[in-house]
Design a protein around this ligand. Structure first.
Ligand SMILES: C[S@@+](CC[C@H](N)C(=O)[O-])C[C@H]1O[C@@H](n2cnc3c(N)ncnc32)[C@H](O)[C@@H]1O
Length: 273
């Protein structure tokens, strides 16, 4: 609980971060929104440990194809080692310059990645480029500026979380993503809000996982010293003891579509008359 000691290894860190109940519930929700069909070709940009790509792989089956692309060699290696399906694969690549031809995919998905890329417009242009006409995209982003996290010392919590929002490049992305996607040539179908709420009762809860990440970022970046962060952690520990924890953050899932060309032809053939 609220670890302040040495880091566990990569596998353990990935499991605790991506398999905690709140994140697994969001993956299930994303799969429902996406509703992949048998035989579809899907690109997962910033696929990380590959859990969502593997879930999508089970939906599209051997007639389809899922490719996960990630900038991190470690993540690609982890995802590859944990994948059993021949039609699901992972490769290294940059979301701002995807290593795929235009109009290659029926579906493009990217979750909790766009907020980390340096150029969010370039990211959107790349999504639109690799999507076939008539194809759909699902882009999920976290509102790191909108975290609600109860603490006895509210001023310190606000200072820490304001500084922590700098861990990503695009803090305002939930507010600006719709026009960026439209400018890239996509139509927005809908935006779904997925709240992550944690009362921090279990050691594997999302807020415990996040606390470890916040601690690591704040110390490594020099944005706070050990004394301040020990006080911050102690505050959270006391609230856990008295069962007064409350944590909440929203994720926004943007569902977009690439229109068909004027004559109704897509790269894969006639879709409408
Ligand atoms: C918060 S993780 C999300 C992983 C996964 N999409 C999920 O939701 O479980 C962000 C991932 O984006 C990757 N990433 C960050 N910048 C990237 C870029 N420019 N191109 C490709 N991947 C990137 C990171 O390596 C990391 O695996």
């Amino acid at each position: 609980m609220y670890q302040s000691g040495p880091n566990p290894d990569l596998g353990e860190r990935i499991d605790s971060a991506y398999q905690c109940p709140e994140i697994a519930a969001h993956r299930k929700h994303l799969l429902e929104i996406l509703s992949p069909d048998v035989g579809e070709t899907v690109l997962d940009i910033g696929s990380g440990p590959g859990f969502l790509a593997s879930d999508i792989g089970r939906c599209v089956g051997a007639l389809g194809e899922v490719i996960g692309v990630d900038i991190s060699e470690q993540m690609v290696a982890f995802a590859t080692a944990n994948n059993a399906d021949a039609w699901v694969s992972f490769c290294q690549g940059d979301a701002e310059a995807l290593p795929f031809n235009r109009e290659s995919f029926d579906v493009v998905v990217s979750t909790q990645v766009a907020e980390y890329v340096a150029d969010a417009d370039r990211f959107c242009t790349e999504v639109a480029r690799v999507l076939r006409p008539g194809g759909r995209a699902l882009i999920s982003v976290t509102d790191w500026r909108g975290v609600t996290w109860h603490a006895k010392n509210e001023a310190r919590m606000n200072t820490v979380m304001n500084a922590f929002s700098l861990h990503c490049a695009q803090q305002d992305l939930p507010r600006t993503l719709a026009p960026r996607l439209r400018n890239a040539g996509l139509d927005i179908d809908r935006v779904v809000c997925f709240p992550i709420v944690s009362l921090g009762e279990h050691d594997g809860s999302y807020c415990h996982v996040l606390a470890a990440f916040v601690l690591q970022f704040m110390l490594a970046s020099g944005l706070a010293d050990r004394k301040k962060m020990d006080g911050w952690l102690d505050d959270l520990r006391q609230l856990k003891k008295s069962k007064e924890c409350f944590f909440s953050v929203n994720r926004y899932d943007f569902v977009a579509r690439k229109g068909l060309s004027a004559d109704g032809w897509s790269a894969k053939g006639r879709i409408i008359h």
